[in-house]
Write a protein that binds this ligand. Structure first.
Ligand code: ADP
Length: 334
C-alpha cells in the first residue's frame, strides 16, 4: 500500500489503539451515526437487553472499529474481534459464538468477505441465538442445535450493498459512516496531539486536516510524520510551515491524494483520455484489484469532485485534469 493508504499496517494498530476514543462522548464527528447509535444503546440499557445487531459501513479508517469497541464500553461488556476472511471454517465461528458471555459484543470486520457456510450459521445465531453443531461426517452427519447467550453482532463493511440481502436484513441498525469535514479532522488532530504530547498550532492542524483525505486514520498518521520532521528540522512545534515542508517531503499533495489515487486519475486522464472507462479496465491499468479501486480509492475521488461514476464508466472531471497539471480538452468530463 502507498504511504498514505487508508488501511492500517500491523505496527500502526499498536499506535492506533492509544489514540482511540473510548466513549461516544469522546468520539468526534459522524453526528448522524453517533446520535442514532446513542439512542440504540440507551434504549437497550433501559430495557436491560442487548441492543440490535449493528452494521457499520464506510471506507477504511473512518472509525468503525473504534465504534465497535465503544459499543462494548458503553454497555460494559466484552468485545470479541474477528474478521470475515479470518473465519475459515464455520466450526470456528460456532465455537466463537458459543463462548460468548451474555451481552457480549462480537465484532466482525470485513463481514462481506465471510464464507457462505459461516454466513448461514450467522443467520440463526443472530435471529434465535442458536447454532447448529454438526456431529459426524457424510450421510450420517446430524446437526444438533445449541443455545448460545444473547449477544450483539457488530459488522463492518466498506459498503452495505456488498452484503447478501439475508445478512443485511438481520441487522437492526445500519450506520453509514461519512468522510470527515476538515473542522472535525482538526479536532481529531488536536486530541491526538495532546495524547502524544505534540505541540500543534491551529494553522498547523488546519494544514494537516486539509490533506487527510477526510479520514482520521490518515490525519493521525500524517501528524506522526510531521512530528518527526518538526523534531529533526525545527523546534518540535508543528506549525503550518513545518507541516507544509514535511508533507511536501512525503509527497502528500494539497488534496491529500495517495499513490493509488493519483495512479487512478493519471491512468484515467492520460491513458483513457478522461474516460468513460470501466472500473475493471482502470484497475488493470494501475495493477490493483477492482474492489480496492472501487471501495477504497473511488469514494474519496468522487467526494473530492475529481471522478464521476456514470452509466458508461468512470469519467475524469475538469478538476482532475487541472489537479494533475494537464489542460482539460474542450468539453472534458462532467
Ligand atoms: P476503521 O475500523 O473504520 O478502519 P478505526 O476505528 O480503526 O477505523 O479508526 C482508525 C483510527 O482513527 C483510530 O485508531 C482512531 O485513532 C482514529 N479515529 C477514528 N475515528 C475517530 C473519531 N471519531 N475520533 C477520534 N479518533 C478517531
Amino acid at each position: 500500500f502507498g504511504e498514505v493508504s487508508p488501511q492500517a499496517g500491523d505496527d500502526e494498530r499498536v499506535v492506533e489503539s492509544a489514540l482511540r476514543p473510548h466513549s461516544l462522548g469522546e468520539f468526534i464527528g459522524q453526528p448522524k451515526v453517533a446520535a442514532q447509535l446513542g439512542l440504540v444503546l440507551e434504549g437497550a440499557k433501559r430495557r436491560g437487553r442487548p441492543p440490535d445487531h449493528v452494521l457499520l459501513s464506510g471506507p477504511p479508517g473512518l472509525g468503525k472499529t473504534s465504534l465497535a469497541l465503544i459499543i462494548g464500553s458503553e454497555l460494559g461488556t466484552a468485545v470479541k474481534i474477528t474478521s470475515g476472511p479470518a473465519i475459515e471454517r464455520s466450526g470456528d465461528l460456532a465455537a466463537m459464538l458459543s463462548n460468548l458471555a451474555p451481552g457480549d459484543v462480537l465484532f466482525i470486520d470485513e463481514i462481506h468477505r465471510i464464507a457462505r457456510p459461516a454466513e448461514e450459521l450467522l443467520y440463526m445465531a443472530m435471529e434465535d441465538f442458536r447454532v447448529d453443531v454438526v456431529v459426524g461426517k457424510g450421510p450420517g452427519a446430524t446437526a444438533i442445535p445449541l443455545d448460545i447467550n444473547p449477544f450483539t453482532l457488530v459488522g463492518a463493511t466498506t459498503r452495505a450493498g456488498l452484503l447478501t440481502g439475508p445478512l443485511r436484513d438481520r441487522f437492526g441498525f445500519v450506520g453509514q459512516m461519512e468522510f470527515y469535514s476538515p473542522a472535525d479532522l482538526q479536532r481529531v488532530l488536536d486530541r491526538s496531539a495532546s495524547l502524544l504530547g505534540v505541540q500543534l498550532t491551529g494553522d498547523g492542524a488546519a494544514e494537516i486536516a486539509g490533506r487527510s483525505r477526510g479520514t482520521p486514520r490518515i490525519a493521525n498518521r500524517l501528524l506522526r510524520r510531521v512530528r518527526d520532521f518538526a523534531e529533526v528540522h525545527a523546534d518540535g512545534r508543528v506549525t503550518r510551515g513545518v507541516a507544509e515542508a514535511a508533507l511536501r517531503l512525503y509527497d502528500v499533495d494539497h488534496l491529500g491524494l495517495d499513490r493509488l489515487d493519483r495512479a487512478v486519475l493519471e491512468a484515467l486522464v492520460v491513458r483513457f483520455g478522461g474516460g468513460p472507462v470501466g472500473v475493471s479496465t482502470l484497475a488493470v491499468a494501475v495493477g490493483e484489484e477492482p474492489h480496492t479501486v472501487e471501495e477504497v480509492c473511488e469514494p474519496f475521488l468522487v467526494r473530492a469532485g475529481l471522478l464521476a461514476r456514470t452509466p458508461r464508466g468512470r469519467v475524469a472531471t475538469e478538476a482532475a485534469w487541472t489537479h494533475l497539471g494537464h489542460t482539460p480538452p474542450q468539453g472534458a468530463g462532467v
